[in-house]
Design a protein around this ligand. Structure first.
Ligand code: NAD
Length: 501
């Protein structure tokens, strides 16, 4: 039996219960019968996976009430007790990592070779924030000559978490783990295109002993369930990952209830290759950072900025490698790229192939659909583009790279910063001073020098400009879910101004 057949057989066993009952909402610790449903289909062959509860305003209201009711006890529970439960969630994720990876690949089209690691990364997110839970209330002492200022922290309340369809499992853990560690309760609205692993994660959380109502799952569409969540008066904050324009809608929707927001949004990230770089490593990293995960990744290096004196050779090696990328069934462990998530997204990516051609860039690799079932596309490379073209400005979010040539450092920086986004940047040079100077001036929240994206969990993750508001990771996302309080004790000696005396 091939590994692919083994994976398919295991997948079928895992899916059986969802095929039977559909994916239900989980509110106040209970499965809730859906008043309406929608279908989720695999991007591999468009076959039906199962039906999914289509959450309504009433479901969101019930979930927000459950989160509100559970909040006092959860936030008052000792950090040590919360820590234990969060570690238990991590243990169960590790136990079910294979199931999570198989389901995620089938639901999203991502290649198994990457997804098996993403599930484990999700467990690490829980462990990291589990260990911070005992410090959730910690504050500072900030004395002055006249007052002793003592600060303390407390959980902000029930929060809404809205996640996208790309790497949905990992991103859900990334948002929910710090919220729970801080003492918040959660209503999670996962993306409509990839609901499977969010349900598994919520089940795991309950199995780990999370009290009813602490974690509520409401599936459905952005315009109804998502919108209702952002407008609900019991929800104190929204942590959102998705497109920049959705972020802006959420800000408007949350304005009446003065929602605190945390946004991880889109990107059009440059990888800048100077002529003095280690070009073999730069080539490997540039390819990895746009084509792995089907290019459906916010940190992907979707713009290659290459110095003109090395461009011919670099682009020709690049095109050769891009043509060799193995596109195939996501559950085949040798596959490097699977299908795009959905027809809607496939249409968007293929439309950009036409736009690139019309704008006058050179199609150097790919661009065509593969087969006639599922949403497979050839990894695509455009060269000889300029910064004003739409394929150099807009987020395509697929295995689609736009290469632009630059003369010198000044021009490279101008091009790199000439987009509305500012999430990541990748700089390749062996000149340390230039790397420091360039990274200082590059408008991005995260920059890697001579490296692909390698993340250390305590570091801040997020973007500037249209790429986001706030930072994930470390203390940053932990603090997002907290209120700060300062109590100033007078030492009894300062002069109080006397009015009317
Ligand atoms: P999207 O904005 O279309 O949807 C994201 C989520 O928002 C979904 O759950 C959707 O149902 C919900 N939503 C849609 N409209 C809503 C509304 N009016 N109110 C409330 N919720 C609403 O994004 P997507 O297409 O699912 O994901 C891809 C995008 O996510 C890309 O732009 C990508 O760059 C971005 N992303 C960013 C990061 C990051 O860390 N910066 C990480 C991953 C993905």
């Amino acid at each position: 039996m091939s590994e692919l057949s083994t994976h398919l057989a295991k997948l079928e066993a895992h899916l059986a219960r969802y095929r039977d009952k559909g994916i239900l909402n989980l509110i106040g610790g209970q499965d809730v019968a859906a008043s309406a449903t929608f279908e989720t289909r695999s991007p591999v062959d468009e076959s039906l996976i199962c039906t999914v509860a289509r959450g309504t305003d009433a479901d969101i209201n019930a979930a927000a009430k459950a989160a509100k009711a559970a909040f006092p006890a959860w936030s008052a529970m000792s950090g040590e007790a919360r820590k234990k439960i969060l570690h238990k969630i991590a243990d169960l994720i590790v136990e079910r990592a294979e199931e999570i990876a198989l389901c995620e690949c089938w639901d999203t089209g991502q290649a198994y070779r990457f997804m098996s690691k993403a599930a484990l990364r999700g467990a690490e997110n829980f462990r990291y924030y589990a260990d911070l839970a005992p410090s959730a209330r910690d504050g500072q002492s900030l004395p002055t000559k006249t007052h002793l200022n003592i600060t303390s922290r407390s959980a902000i309340g029930p929060v809404g978490v809205i996640t996208p369809w790309n790497t949905p499992f990992m991103l859900s853990t990334w948002k929910i783990a710090p919220a729970l560690a801080a003492g918040c309760t959660v209503v999670h609205k996962p993306a409509e295109f990839s609901p499977l692993t969010a349900r598994i994660l919520a089940e795991i959380a309950h199995e780990a002993g999370l009290p009813a109502g602490v974690w509520n799952l409401v599936n459905g569409f952005g315009e109804d369930a998502g919108k209702a969540l952002t407008e609900h008066s019991d929800i104190k904050a929204i942590a959102f990952v998705g497109e920049s324009r959705t972020g802006s809608m959420i800000m408007k929707q949350g304005a009446d209830t003065l929602k605190r927001v945390h946004f991880e949004l889109g990107g059009k990230n440059p990888v800048i290759v100077f002529d003095d770089a280690d070009l073999d490593r730069a080539l490997d990293a540039a390819i990895f950072m746009i084509y792995s995960l089907n290019g459906e990744r916010c940190t992907s290096s979707s713009r290659l900025l290459v110095q003109e004196n090395i461009a011919d050779e670099f682009e020709s090696k690049l095109a050769e490698r891009v043509n060799n990328i193995k596109v195939g069934h996501p559950l085949d462990p040798t596959t490097e790229i699977g299908p795009l998530i959905h027809k809607v997204h496939f249409d968007k990516v293929t439309e950009y192939v036409g736009i690139g051609k019309t704008d006058g860039a050179k199609l150097a690799a790919g661009g065509d659909r593969i087969g006639d079932a599922g949403w497979f596309i050839q990894p695509t490379l455009f060269t000889h583009a300029n910064t004003s073209m739409r394929i150099a400005q807009e987020e395509v979010f697929g295995p689609f790279l736009t290469s632009i040539r630059f003369k010198d450092e000044t021009e490279a920086l101008e091009i790199a910063n000439d987009v509305q986004y500012g999430l990541t940047g990748y700089i390749w040079t062996n000149d340390v001073t230039r790397a420091l100077r360039f990274s200082d001036a590059l408008e991005a929240g995260m920059i890697w020098v001579n490296s692909e994206n390698v993340r250390h969990l305590p570091t801040p993750f997020g973007g500037v400009k249209s790429s986001g508001i706030g930072r994930d990771g470390g203390q940053w996302s932990f603090e997002f879910y907290m209120e700060q309080k300062n109590v100033a004790f007078a030492l009894g000696q300062h002069k109080i101004q006397r009015l009317g005396a």
